[in-house]
Design a protein around this ligand. Sequence first.
Ligand code: ZN
Length: 284
Amino acid sequence: MNSRSDVIDFHVHVGDFRRLRADIQRLLLQLKAEQDFNLEELISRPKELARYLRREGVEKAVILAEDGPGTNYHITTEFVCDFRDAAAEEAGMFIPFGCMNPTYTSNIIEKYESDLSRGIRGYKLYPADHNYHPITDELMRFYERLDSDGLILMFHTGTTGQDDGIDEYGDPAIFRPILESFPSLKVVMAHAGKGKPAYCKEAEICALQYANCYLDTAFIAADKLLAYQPNLERFSHKILFGSDWPAGVRSLSGHIAALGRSGISSQSLDRILSANARRVLQLN
Ligand SMILES: [Zn+2]
């Protein structure tokens, strides 16, 4: 069992399971027989999810909107903010990140202003899953606003798990213009390029090269993390623990405990599981 209680999980999904597209339901149910939690129930119950996460050693969790075809557009920025609010006295557990999907948003800045009023701390964008290139004039103006307002920008990187996605839009290299144009904007490359060795290497190079670039560990098995990121000890101050719960998780506390046995030094582990996220989210 995991004995920590200070973990910050930077990558958690919530939603209404029944409204997800069939391939996403299948993706989430792959490990169902081996899971020590009931994902269909927990994923949509704010108070229960908060209590479960705390039991598993998580102090706070970033909950991610995903406004795209795979979720039938239901996990909007409003959805995750309502989820946080519905947790009532447990709401402090949740840090909502909105979603901007430029393909279906007529006025990005207008939507941004309304999202901001709900108290989001960042955004997750899914170019590979939602099938768009992340560098356009309008999106660059949006990133500039995130930078000046101190929000965090997360991208899905690596190959896509969705039926109609485009892997090339998950190549960490295509985000370089953002890292270079906005050096004070914190950019998180979710999954650290998982799916192609060249993407994983590129994610490492970006994290080493750009002070504002972070990687998260979502959907990476504990015993595979050092295989995908063999030089992790060199930049462990840039790596954020993300479980991708419920995707790919058999037991959340078991996953956290397995990271402790993965060969990562205890100093790096403290950074990855807790300290880095506190710094990035300015929690202390
Ligand atoms: Zn995810």
